[in-house]
Design a binder for this molecule. Structure first.
Ligand code: 5AD
Length: 328
């Protein structure tokens, strides 16, 4: 393992030293899991959120000004069926944090599990909902859950998300206790975040012993208190990704759309830095336009973009690591 000062040095690498770091991370990925990338298909189920995160336009303070939607089970199932019809076996249901979506998601999961049996992974990213709801979602047939801690600096976490880091981390533990495969992640270059706190985040993500980790460079989004702050440093995010790969060789590490939004070609670089997941957007046009993460001009990943990025990075698409038959 790396010491704190080694981690800080690695985060600072640029030029040929950075290229060496990326190469090492890619070799680690290929040795451990092969030159593959898992494709996920995301359906955005609601843009309503009860949390007031300073970086997100779907924050609670904007509820009245946003054009709200919450999908019912029929629509969630129909869009998820399109995911599977396109050959992707990770159905990813993502939304703002609201208990109101539970009833629809729970029913949709039950129906999808009945239809697709054990050929699909059902992955959720619906925020902190508490142990009872996790238990219901798991019983309905969900496999995995991403609940990012975003920043492990307790004061910055509280200021930026208006909730405590401890609460977020105990929700992650509750998910593990229900038997979910879990993921966490951070936003890098978050305004107010110190370099040392990113080093601490890398250590924390290792200690949390999760199956999925991510790094997303900060995007100043419109209609948020952080809208005028500088955008994140893509190189810092890429280095953090490579370090995560080296520290946790078997993890699922996405090359996120925020990389592409800041730097065209950023997602290919993410793969070159050791990533092995890409998420394709399957939301309908109407809901997609109302899902204001990063504001109206976010980068929406299409199947073509995913295919081209994987090809350029020399990776082959593959199915979920959770679905046993796929590992044969
Ligand atoms: N900049 C970068 N990443 C962001 N996310 C949300 N808003 C931003 C932003 N402005 C990331 C967070 C969140 C995920 C859905 O997207 O990590 O969990």
């Amino acid at each position: 393992m790396f010491s704190k000062s080694e981690l800080a040095d690695l985060l600072r690498l640029r030029g040929t030293d950075q290229a060496d770091l990326f190469a090492q991370a890619s070799i680690e990925r290929d040795n451990r899991l092969g030159p593959f990338a898992v494709l996920r298909g995301v359906v955005e189920v609601t843009n309503v959120c009860r949390v007031d995160c300073e970086y997100c336009p779907m924050r609670r303070s904007n509820l009245r000004m946003n054009d709200r939607f919450t999908l019912e089970a029929d629509s969630i199932v129909a869009q998820a069926q399109e995911v599977v019809a396109s050959g992707i076996n990770v159905i990813f249901l993502q939304g703002g944090e609201t208990p109101a979506v539970m009833v629809h998601v729970e029913e949709a999961i039950r129906r999808l599990r009945a239809e697709f049996q054990d050929t699909v992974e059902i992955l959720l990213n619906l925020g902190s909902l508490g142990p009872d709801r996790y238990q219901r979602l798991r019983a309905a047939g969900a496999d995995s859950y991403i609940l990012k801690h975003e920043t492990g600096d307790p004061a910055l976490h509280l200021r930026t998300r208006r909730e405590t880091l401890d609460d977020r981390l105990s929700e992650l533990e509750a998910l593990k206790s229900e038997g979910f495969s879990v993921g966490t992640g951070i936003i890098s270059s978050l305004p107010g975040q110190t370099f040392e706190s990113i080093v601490d985040d890398l250590i924390l993500m290792h200690e949390l012993d999760v199956d999925m980790c991510s790094v997303s460079p900060f995007i100043p989004a419109p209609n948020t208190p952080l809208s005028e702050c500088p955008q994140g440093d893509v190189d810092l995010a890429l280095n953090a990704m490579s370090i995560l790969r080296l520290m946790n060789p078997g993890i699922l590490l996405p090359s996120v759309s925020a990389l592409e939004k800041i730097r065209p070609g950023g997602q290919v670089q993410g793969f070159n830095a050791g990533a092995n997941v890409m998420t394709i957007n399957f939301s309908s046009k109407t809901t997609r336009d109302r899902y204001l993460i990063y504001g109206k001009n976010r980068y929406v990943v299409s199947g073509d973009h995913a295919f081209n990025s994987l090809t350029e990075a020399g990776l082959t698409p593959r199915g979920s690591l959770l679905v046993g038959s796929d590992l044969d």
